[in-house]
Design a protein around this ligand. Structure first.
Ligand code: BGP
Length: 485
């Protein structure tokens, strides 16, 4: 068996991590524009990196410099998009996952009509992709919501943001439906409890006596309702369109076969899939509702909300996969960070420099588990390894470790397809070096293409093909038949 004909090989990017141009084209401030690069904070301490406060936001808004705000500059895709899309086409991309920055179309999120400069920018992007026969897979919300909605309403905790997001989504469908048939609603919808500000514009010191956790579940409910409305709109406005949810797949194994470890692990895995459960099954799982009740967490729901969620389910399930973890009830078990998570170390796996445990077989396990659970087509929309790369004297970049990472993951993906999993495609994170979501580093490189820029924004921004560029080009050319380095 092999990868099916028409398998959508490609790469994934996000506006706030790649575009830059934070003040171009009348764009409004997004939550990403106040994210700071913290050189003195341990890269394994993700909570410190994503921490935010009203005070920090105020300081950032007063700071017009972008040195310590790398997401304001990205890798200047805003001006390099033609060159970058041409490089993706040279690799043979069938699909490119990208996001539309909400604040390019609606600077504060509350405008009634969209910003023409923003509309034009993405029109140009989709035109460029069309010329290269690259299918867009568009994420509507990828950690870049309007800062104004965070400051005014504490983000998604306020019901009014539902209408603002639906207006933004409807505008995207109306203007870009002729180019885009594959859509995703919320990037890593499950990450709201891990970093509420980037995911939902929630500012901890605005949560009052309700507290952050209750605000997160209230905001999450509003996102479920908005997702239901947007699914319906997408199908009505773009015949034949497919819209998916997007989950951080955080597969967790029991550290030992002790039943206590197994039970604790089961709880973590069920919690992780709760978010996609709601968007696929169209209802809150009974056990989640009971857990919320037991914890005294009250979600305010309007009449009709559960009907909207039930009628607005998704067509496919997409997910990011980087690493796996284990779980143990032993408080002294050694822990290691993962993708904005802290898990118990797996002694059978190696870790990246950022502590993420590399587990290709975990991708196969995740694919089989998700397909068995949802019986819907799947899409791997993020997978890759963040690492430091060295430019040799002759300008070459030998990232054999990255080739090995992908080769081992592709072998496991193929085994899952052989087992009967319906897999639509695969977009690596990220095809080109860009700004890290969690640490705002440039030096945590993911790309097949190197970008000459350091963590403080120094560099020529020149793009250079790494060894992995040519390897991935061959993988795509042979539709996954030739994975040899
Ligand atoms: C996911 C995000 C991506 C990407 C990826 C890598 O959570 O959806 O935007 O950033 O993580 O993580 P990082 O950039 O923190 O290394």
């Amino acid at each position: 068996m092999a990868f099916p004909e028409g398998f959508l090989w490609g790469g994934a990017i996000a506006a706030n991590q790649i575009e830059g141009g934070w003040k171009e084209g009348n764009k409004g401030l997004s939550v990403a524009d106040v994210a700071t690069y913290k050189p003195n904070v341990d890269v394994k301490n993700y909570k410190a990196h994503v921490a935010i406060s009203s005070e920090a936001i105020k300081k950032a808004m007063a700071d017009t410099d972008d040195t310590y705000y790398p997401k304001r500059r990205g890798i200047d895709f805003y001006h390099h998009y033609k060159e970058d899309i041409a490089l993706f086409a040279e690799m043979g991309f069938k699909v490119l996952r990208l996001s539309i920055a909400w604040t390019r179309l609606f600077p504060t999120g509350e405008e009634e009509t969209p910003n023409p400069d923003g509309l034009a920018f993405y029109e140009n992007i989709f035109q460029e992709m069309k010329q290269h026969n690259i299918e867009p897979l568009v994420t509507l919300s990828h950690y870049e919501m309007p800062l104004s909605l965070a400051l005014k309403y504490n983000g998604w905790t306020d019901r009014r943001v539902v209408d603002d997001f639906v207006r933004f989504s409807k505008t995207c469908f109306e203007h870009y439906g002729k180019y885009v048939k594959y859509w995703l609603n919320f990037n890593e919808v499950d990450s709201i409890l891990r970093h509420p500000f980037t995911t939902a514009g929630i500012i901890p010191d605005l949560c009052g006596e309700k507290g952050e956790t209750v605000c997160c579940y209230q905001a999450l409910h509003h996102q479920f309702v908005a997702a239901g409305m947007v699914s319906k709109l997408c199908h009505e406005m773009i015949p034949g369109s497919k819209i998916g949810c997007m989950l951080t797949k955080l597969i967790t194994y029991p550290r030992t076969c002790a039943p206590e470890d197994v039970a604790a692990t089961q709880k973590k895995n069920l919690e992780n899939m709760f978010y996609s459960d709601v968007m696929v099954f169209g209802e809150y799982p009974r056990m989640i509702l009971r857990d919320l009740e037991n914890r005294g967490i009250q979600i305010e729901m309007k009449d009709g909300d559960l009907d909207i969620i039930r009628e607005g389910t998704v067509d496919f399930v997409s997910f990011s996969y980087y690493m796996s973890m284990t779980e143990s009830v032993d408080p002294n078990a050694e822990r290691t960070p993962g993708n904005t998570v802290l898990g118990v170390k797996n002694p059978y796996l190696k870790s990246s420099e950022w502590g993420w445990q590399v587990d290709p077989i975990g991708l196969r396990i995740s694919l089989i588990e998700l397909y068995d659970r949802y019986k819907k087509p799947l899409f791997v929309v993020e997978n890759g390894i963040g690492a430091k790369d060295t430019v040799e004297e002759d300008g070459s970049i030998h990232d054999a470790y990255r080739i090995e990472y992908f080769r081992r993951h592709f072998i496991e993906m193929e085994k899952a397809i052989d087992a009967g999993v319906e897999l639509m495609g695969y977009t690596s994170w990220a095809p080109i070096d860009l700004i890290s979501a969690s640490t705002s580093q440039m030096s945590k490189r993911y790309g097949f293409i190197y970008v000459d820029q350091d963590d403080l924004g120094n560099g020529t921004l020149n793009r250079t093909k790494k060894d992995s560029f040519y390897w991935y080009q061959n993988v795509i050319r042979t539709n996954g038949k030739n994975l040899d380095a």
